[in-house]
Ligand binder design. Structure first.
Ligand SMILES: [Cu+2]
Length: 162
C-alpha cells in the first residue's frame, strides 16, 4: 500500500534524497512495491548468479521506457524518472514472473507500509490535507487530516477482494 499526501505537487527534494535500492535476489525484486520522488535515483542491484534485465514500462509518456541488461553480480543499474506516476512496472524479460512497482511523486510526503501495516510520513508542514492510501489491486481510500505539530496519526483499511 502506498500512502501519499494529496495536492502538494512541485516539492521534490530529490537531490538530497538517498537512492531507493531495489535488489534482485532469488529471481525476485525486493521490495515488490516502493516509491520515490521525481528525479530521485533508483539503484538496482543483482545479487543473483544469473543475468537479469531491468525493463521499466512507464504509463506516463513523460517517463522513459528503459531496458538494461545486468550480468550475474554485475554493476548496479541506475534509473530516475521526471514525472509523477503510480505503480510503474519494472519487469525482467528473462524471468517473466519478476515484477516490481514503483510510484513516483513530485514531493517527499509519501510512504509504503511495512509488513506490520505501519507507515510513517515525516516532516509534513502543519495544515489540512487529503491523504490517499492506494493498493495496486485493492483500490484506494482517501481521508482528511489536520496535521498539527508533533505526532499525528491516520489509519486506513483497504479490503482486498478475493
Ligand atoms: Cu530476471
Amino acid at each position: 500500500m502506498v500512502v501519499s499526501v494529496q495536492d502538494v505537487s512541485g516539492k521534490s527534494t530529490s537531490p538530497s534524497a538517498p537512492p531507493l535500492v531495489i535488489e534482485q535476489k532469488g529471481c525476485q525484486y525486493q521490495p515488490y512495491v516502493a516509491a520515490v520522488q521525481t528525479g530521485q535515483k533508483i539503484t538496482v542491484k543483482n545479487d543473483d548468479p544469473v543475468m537479469h534485465n531491468v525493463h521499466t514500462t512507464p504509463g506516463n509518456s513523460s517517463n522513459k521506457e528503459q531496458n538494461k541488461a545486468q550480468q550475474p553480480n554485475g554493476a548496479d543499474r541506475s534509473f530516475s524518472f521526471e514525472a509523477p506516476e503510480e505503480f510503474m512496472r519494472f519487469k525482467c524479460d528473462v524471468h517473466p514472473w519478476m515484477f516490481a512497482y514503483v510510484s513516483v511523486f513530485d514531493h517527499p510526503y509519501f510512504a509504503v507500509n511495512g509488513k506490520d501495516g505501519a507507515y510513517k510520513i515525516a516532516n509534513v508542514p502543519p495544515s489540512n490535507y487529503k491523504v490517499l492510501a492506494k493498493h495496486r489491486k485493492g483500490g484506494s481510500v482517501e481521508q482528511e487530516i489536520e496535521v498539527k505539530d508533533g505526532a499525528n496519526s491516520l489509519d486506513f483499511v483497504i479490503e482486498l477482494k478475493p
